[in-house]
Design a protein around this ligand. Structure first.
Ligand code: ASP
Length: 433
């Protein structure tokens, strides 16, 4: 057990979590027992990961940008990162649209099931609609305004403001490049050391990962809705999952084409982050682990990971955009609406923008889906149709979101000659073989 690779340990934790969850669901009082005595450990694990996110971004990005020594390098990397992110997202939405038009999962929903779902879940979707309304009410340049914090302490006090922290760190890093070396050296050394400490803390948190995911999954299983719902929404879920699998395949292909690294190398390196993304449904909570895996196990220089991955976790959500496309058309089909080609092309644009605007937390994709539906003229009430099985699909799409960030960082690194061999520094030495 001691020598088992980390991803196997996490996988065992997940399987045991599901088994225990199922067993306790069938016991009287079992659900309460898991909620009282197991679920808190999952929460502690997620909190520990989130705790690391802001200091990690600050330290690694300031170090990464100042190491570049030259601002033109930053703009080159920034340009390539954004373009690649947008291209992969558009591809993801298009794959989703093609699949949902071929499979037509909405047609398998009976009138009766539709009414039942709308009746049972409309109240629960209110929170998402309200949140989306707040976003919709703001002006077209609000996203730009939101990028620049007026106070770094308050920006850093909320994990949802990750882009603001990124802005500050990049700005600070640029300042550091521009001052004389004898003045910047102490500051750089400080952030260098700070960064090392944070990476070590991630190593320590990851020792608890198998137990953390066990607790998370056991709690999810006892709280999950009845299996009948999964059957009713089976075709929809299958369409989303098939699309997500195609995306994983797509990443492996582009990583191979651009970097010549094999799928085995890529998947072995990134799998612990994928498993965590699956268990936590949050790219933000997974970010520390993604960064560690990509730099130490996939050989991407820290200058690149520190820049590309935090930005990716917040704006690059291929899994989310694919899901939004499938969900929007599925709802339209279930309501007997025929979407024109023009509307579907509109969905490509809004789902791409919506995934950029989605926060990297559980359920965020559903909030932005409200906006996609509104733009396409699809009834918002349809949200109730997909609500019940959103969480398992969120787990799957978050896994794809994180994989996409890792793939893009490898491609960007290769394009600027910053892709090397893995340099494994942690407890998990199995990958050296
Ligand atoms: N949970 C997703 C993430 O954090 C966002 C979403 O699709 O809801 O990446």
């Amino acid at each position: 057990m001691k020598n088992l690779a980390l991803h196997w340990k996490i996988l065992i934790g997940m399987v045991l979590g599901v088994v225990v969850g199922i067993a306790f669901s069938n016991l009287e009082g079992g659900k309460q027992l898991i909620q009282d005595w197991v679920k808190p450990f999952g929460k502690i694990f997620i909190n520990a990961l989130k705790l690391i996110a802001v200091p990690l971004i600050l330290a690694s990005l300031i170090k990464g940008v100042s190491d570049l020594k030259d601002i033109s390098k930053l703009s080159k990397m920034g340009g390539r990162t954004i373009v690649t992110y947008v291209v992969t997202t558009v591809i993801a939405v298009s794959i989703g649209l093609v699949l949902v038009n071929i499979i037509k999962p909405g047609n398998s929903i009976t009138e009766e099931t539709r009414k039942e779902l709308v009746q049972n879940y409309t109240n629960k979707t209110k929170k998402y609609k309200d949140e989306a309304k707040n976003q919709q009410n703001s002006g077209p340049l609000q996203a730009l305004v939101d990028l620049v914090p007026s106070n770094i302490i308050s920006a850093a006090s909320n994990n949802r403001n990750m882009l603001q922290v990124i802005f500050f760190a990049v700005f600070f890093g640029i300042g550091l490049i521009l001052i004389p070396e004898e003045k910047s050296k102490t500051v750089k050394d400080f952030f260098d050391g700070f960064n090392e400490v944070i990476l070590k803390m991630i190593d320590l948190i990851m020792l608890a990962a198998p137990y953390g995911v066990f607790a998370l999954l056991a709690a999810l299983v006892v709280e999950s809705p009845s299996a009948d719902l999964f059957k009713a929404l089976g075709w929809y879920a299958l369409t989303v999952i098939l699309g997500l699998l195609i995306m994983i395949l797509f990443y492996n292909v582009i990583v191979f084409i651009f970097t010549k690294k094999t799928p085995k190398f890529f998947m072995n390196g990134i799998s612990p982050a994928q498993l965590l993304a699956f268990s936590t449904s949050s790219s933000a909570a997974t970010l520390p682990v993604t960064m560690e895996r990509v730099s130490e196990h996939l050989g991407v220089d820290e200058e690149v990971t520190s820049f590309v991955l935090p930005i990716g976790a917040t704006i690059n959500m291929d899994g989310t955009s694919l899901y939004q496309a499938v969900a929007a058309v599925f709802i339209a089909q279930a309501f007997g609406m025929d979407l024109t080609l023009g509307t579907q092309l509109g969905i490509i644009a809004t789902a791409t923008l919506a995934s950029i605007g989605s926060a990297a937390v559980p359920g965020a994709g559903m909030v932005m889906l409200v906006i996609v539906l509104a733009q396409a003229g699809i009834p918002e009430a349809g949200l109730a149709l997909i609500f019940a099985i959103d969480r398992p699909l969120d787990m799957c799409r978050t896994t794809v979101n994180v994989t996409g960030d890792a793939a893009v960082s490898m491609i960007v690194a290769k394009s600027i000659d910053k892709l090397g061999e893995p340099d494994i520094k942690d407890w998990d030495d199995n990958y050296k073989k």
